[in-house]
Write a protein that binds this ligand. Structure first.
Ligand code: PFF
Length: 464
């Protein structure tokens, strides 16, 4: 299989560029908005500990798997399965499902990202009085959503190394600088140390089945595993690139930003006497209040914070468009420009009900489904339960089963090890990393994922 890059496909210009783009996909609203609130709901430090274990034991093996599958075939997420001889069943349950996860999550991820634009502006103009009023006003949320989508498409249509790589190389380092700035402000608030303690001291009595499942789900979401992203980005990777070290960089950066996300938020939450278990509203409802209450410079810190959140969301949404776009470019021979614009416009149209589900339309706000025992209300939450939770887990399971048991993992394993001097060396207890990876992809990953899936659909009792 050749990885000749056609004019439309493109290739990463440098290892740094690939790492920045892949880390840019991984680092997003999941790290800065989702990770802190889930940590807060699951007991603080203990959750952080379990999360790190999940990333190491399940996340990394799957990250390597997707990247190598992409580079091995040089194809999009559907093409990668087709090219390795997968029949229609695997093509649909692993390839097409991943593609639809990316597309449908994009439709509501863009809505949330649009809110961040509103908050950046509001830090200077104060036009947002409270979150609920803002979110229920279609005249605000739709234009911000549209603006965010246009920026995303604009970057994607400029191509792999010219658009995505260039943007990520600039945006990711800015993100790091801004994070450090906000952490500095947060931990120097009076009373902030209580929050640091809550966040960093694990209380192991708080760990139970639910904590583990919540941590696993968060790891899939955050590392961008199960969305076809790493397959697609891996397909633009030259053979000379060391997948082991790139994957380690991506995984550790993603985890680092999540950990720093908590360090920004918890000290401030405690300093201002807020509830760390406040849930999904933690960032949008609590933080602006905290910025407002700062004696000086609150609006600058606040604007920086939401700018940071918007940048993180942008480098993620870019990758969500890229998955279906690369499929249309490869398989349907569309031009990159046409693919990016059409997907962007469609995702925007499909996202409108999500945008209106914050109160602007009673129909979309009040609609609810019974999601395996728990009720999900509002179009956005329903989409998140289906595409942002259930289908990701299914894609991960099918991909691990396909590579581990149908394709035979040796082929992918060889691809992972290209260029790595240690991969086939017997390092610990006479076992090489390659043998370890094969064991993980065949047994550990599918078994753990199956447990998560059974818990999600309620066969195993767990409240995630
Ligand atoms: N990893 C992103 C986050 O944590 O926000 C979410 C995500 C973005 C997943 C893009 C997948 C993806 F393609």
């Amino acid at each position: 299989m050749s990885i000749q890059a056609s004019e439309n496909r493109g290739q990463w210009g440098s290892k740094f560029g690939f790492i920045m783009a892949a880390a840019g996909s991984a680092v997003g609203l999941g790290n800065i908005w989702r990770f802190p609130y889930i940590t807060g709901q699951n007991g603080g430090g203990a959750f952080v500990f379990v999360y790190i274990l999940c990333v190491l034991l399940v996340g990394l093996p799957l990250l390597y798997n997707e990247t190598a599958l992409g580079r091995l075939t040089g194809k999009n997420t559907v093409g990668a399965f087709k090219d390795t001889g997968a029949n229609k069943f695997w093509q649909i349950t692993a390839g097409f499902l991943a593609l639809s996860v990316s597309f449908f999550v994009l439709s509501y991820y863009g809505v949330i990202a649009g809110w961040t634009i509103g908050y950046i502006i509001s830090e200077f103009t104060d036009f947002i009085k409270d979150f609920e009023t803002f979110r229920s006003n279609a005249l605000y949320v739709i234009p911000f959503f549209a603006l965010f989508m246009v920026i995303t498409v604009y970057i994607v249509q400029a191509g792999v190394s010219g658009g995505i790589e260039k943007a990520s190389k600039i945006l990711m380092p800015i993100l790091f600088i801004l994070i450090v700035l906000v952490i500095f402000r947060s931990i120097t608030l009076p009373g902030a140390m209580e929050g640091v303690k809550y966040y960093l001291t694990p209380d192991f009595s708080k760990i139970n089945g639910n904590t583990i499942l919540a941590a696993l789900g968060q790891a899939f979401f955050s590392l961008s595993i199960g969305w076809g992203i790493m397959i697609t980005y891996g397909s633009y990777l030259p053979k000379s690139n060391n997948i082991i070290s790139s994957g380690l960089w991506v995984g550790s950066m993603d985890t680092l930003v999540a950990l720093l996300g908590g360090l920004m938020i918890f000290p401030a939450v405690f300093a201002f006497g807020k509830d760390p278990a406040g849930g999904t509203t933690l960032v949008f409802q609590v933080l602006p209040e905290i910025f407002n209450a700062m004696p000086a410079g609150g609006n600058i810190v606040g604007a920086l914070f939401f700018l940071l959140l918007c940048i993180a969301a942008l480098t993620s949404s870019i990758s969500m468009i890229e998955v279906p776009a690369s499929y249309l470019i490869d398989e349907k021979k569309w031009s990159r420009k046409k693919a990016a614009w059409i997907i962007g416009i469609l995702a925007f149209l499909i996202g409108i009900p999500s945008a209106l589900s914050g109160g602007a339309s009673r129909f979309f706000t009040d609609m609810s489904i019974n999601f395996f025992g728990s009720s999900k209300t509002g179009f956005l939450d329903i989409m998140d339960a289906l595409f942002g939770t259930l289908f990701i887990v299914i894609v991960c399971l099918m991909t691990a089963l396909y590579v581990g048991w149908v394709l035979k993992p040796q082929k992918v394993s060889e691809e992972i090890g290209l260029g790595s001097p240690f991969y086939h060396k017997k390092l610990v207890f006479g076992i090489s990393p390659s043998q370890m990876w094969i064991f993980f992809i065949k047994f550990i990953c599918p078994i753990v994922i199956l447990l998560v899936l059974l818990a999600t659909i309620g066969v195993i009792k767990a409240d995630v």
